[in-house]
Structure formats: C-alpha cells, structure tokens
Design a protein around this ligand. Structure first.
Ligand code: FE2
Ligand code: FE2
Length: 335
C-alpha cells in the first residue's frame, strides 16, 4: 500500500486544519491503489493502543435525562447505542481472541492486547452509565440481557471467520462514526459534558484501534467476499436494531414531555438519520469498505488522534482526573 505522509500537524492545530489535513491525506474515495489482500500494513502506519483505566464516576453525580441537546429522540438513539455496547464489545473480543494463536506477529499481537483492554474498559464504563440511566427508568438492563442472548445465538450459528468479519464490519462503523464525531466539535458541544467526554474518549480509542480486528482478519482469514458480504446484513441488523431499541426507549419513557414532541422528533431525526446527520455523513465512508484494497488506515486519522490525545491526556488534559492508569502493550520479540 502507499505510505501515508508523516504527521506534521501538532496537537494544538486548529480543528479546521486537522480536517483539511485529513482530507488532503486521504485520497478518498478511490484514489488509493488497491492493497494486496492479506498484507498487514507496516508498523509506522499503526498508532499504539494504550489501555487507559478510566472512571467517569457515573454513580457519583447527577446526569441529564436528555443528554444530547436536551433532545429526547436523539438521546434515546445514543442510549440505545450505549445499551448494546457492553455485550457487543465482549463479542468483538471473543471473535478476535479466537485467532490469537495464529497471529504470529509480535507487533499485531501487542495491538490485539491493546484492543482487548480498550474494549473491556469501554464495556465497563458503558455498564456504569447504563446503570445510571436504568435508575432513571430506562430499561437498559433488559436490553443488555436480550443482546447477550442474541449474540450467544449468533456465536453458535456463525462460523468463526464470519464472526470475525461481523466484528470487522462493526469496527468499521465505529471508526467512521468516531471520525465524524471527532471532526465535528459542534456535535460534542451538544452533549452534556460528562456523557460527552465519556463518548468522545470512547470514539478516540475506537480510532486508535480501528485497524486491529481488520489486520487480524486479513492475516488469518483474508477473504474479500466474506468481508464485503457480511457488511450488508450487518448494516441492516445494526440500523434495524438501534432504531427498534430507540423506539422502545422512547415509547416507554413516561417522562418525555408531550409539548413540543413533534419538533423534538424532527430535530432529533435530522441529527441522527438526516443527510447531514450522523448516518448521512458517514455513508460515503461506509461504501469505501467495499473496495477490494480497502484498509482502515486509508482514512488517515493520525493528526486527529494527536489532537485528542493532547486535549484529553496532555499536560492540561481534560480527562486526566478520570484516568486512573495507562498500560501500553509492547511488542515482544518473537520466540
Ligand atoms: Fe469500544
Ligand atoms: Fe472497537
């Protein structure tokens, strides 16, 4: 694959410069020469994947009921997203861990350790925020149990390569959604600060490990047809499940104000499903996944990562108080 240019913008670069650098460095959508299937990109293309032990203290502070823009419709969407994450991420971990013995690449192995640690931390903090919202009357525990059963069934039904392809497809979704959110500060500004910081920390780490499951898939499975084929049902299931759970949360929310409900719905719908909303904005990058030579690093997010690492965990980092410990897995010399 073509080498990406070195990161030149520093962490303090204005966000517009980051966006410009990202689009300039990303010959999107089809200008990148096809990468040989099965080739794992060289080390310099991959950021380290540190495991950050975080504690956002969701059990120790009041949270806003409609934490996105005071909007019940959009908040229910993000709540549905949060409700499926703990079980979903555990499924991702299992599907990647299954191939661990076959990786035979110390650098990728270290990134797998980071991936597993990061996803485990995400699951732990999403459990905590879900519990806080459960106490406000949202039945997120019930959703969690149903998702666990559904994923158990999927694990019994799908082959191991298909399970990994499913994980890779969903990791692509989290990667492109994260890139969209991290490059749109106006979206972050609409979140209640505690929930927003938590979600954006998660999005930053999704960006850090976006290529790990993909690289394991390329090394251990490698089938383009399976990767591309699994993305189609994954998209249908993901959108149908989230919309269904969102509808469930909204219809069971007895405290949702009746006054202004249509306006709330229209505004929230535009923010999530509209052409300039979350899904509309990521659609072009979703299609890029179907290119035979596609690799997650084709969407260069290194400058973006540098910016958010500094903003969250630099000398004046906004999340240093929530950070309890960092462990960065190192590549061990091959035996
Ligand atoms: Fe995650
Ligand atoms: Fe992930």
């Amino acid at each position: 694959m073509s080498r990406l240019p070195p990161v030149t913008s520093d962490a303090a670069a204005p966000r517009d410069h980051v966006r410009a650098a990202v689009s300039a460095a990303t010959p999107y959508p089809h200008a990148t020469p096809p990468r040989r299937i099965g080739a794992v990109p060289a080390r310099e293309d991959n950021p380290p994947v540190p495991i950050r032990h975080m504690d956002f203290g969701f059990d120790r502070q009041p949270l806003q009921r409609y934490f996105y823009d005071g909007n019940a419709f959009a908040s229910a969407f993000y709540m549905a997203f949060s409700a499926v994450i703990p079980q979903g991420e555990r499924f991702f971990i299992h599907s990647v861990r299954h191939y661990r013995d076959r990786i035979n690449d110390p650098e990728l192995d270290a990134r797998v350790t980071g991936f597993i640690g990061q996803e485990a931390m995400h699951g732990k903090e999403h459990d905590a925020v879900n519990e806080a919202y459960e106490k406000m009357g949202f039945r997120l525990g019930l959703i969690d149990r149903n998702v666990r059963e559904a994923l158990k069934l999927l694990a019994k039904t799908l082959s191991k390569p298909a399970q990994l392809a499913f994980t890779v497809a969903l990791e692509h979704y989290t990667a492109i959604i994260s890139e969209f959110m991290l490059t749109h500060p106006e979206v972050r500004a609409k979140f209640e600060p505690t929930v927003g910081n938590f979600i954006f920390w998660h999005m930053m780490e999704e960006t850090e490990h976006k290529a790990v499951a993909f690289d394991v898939y390329e090394k251990c499975v490698g089938s383009y047809a399976l990767r591309a084929g699994v993305m189609i049902p994954t998209t249908v299931v993901l959108i149908a499940a989230l919309a269904n759970l969102q509808f469930y949360l909204l219809t069971n929310d007895k405290q949702r104000p009746r006054k202004g409900r249509w306006r709330d719905t229209l505004r929230g719908f535009a923010a999530i499903y509209g052409p300039r909303g979350l899904f509309g904005s990521v659609a072009p990058k979703l299609l890029d996944y179907f290119r035979p030579g596609f690799h997650p690093n084709d969407h260069d997010t290194r400058a973006l990562l540098a910016e958010f690492r500094e903003q969250f965990f630099g000398a004046q980092g906004e999340l240093n108080e929530q950070l309890k410990k960092t462990v960065t897995p190192q590549a061990r010399a091959a035996a």
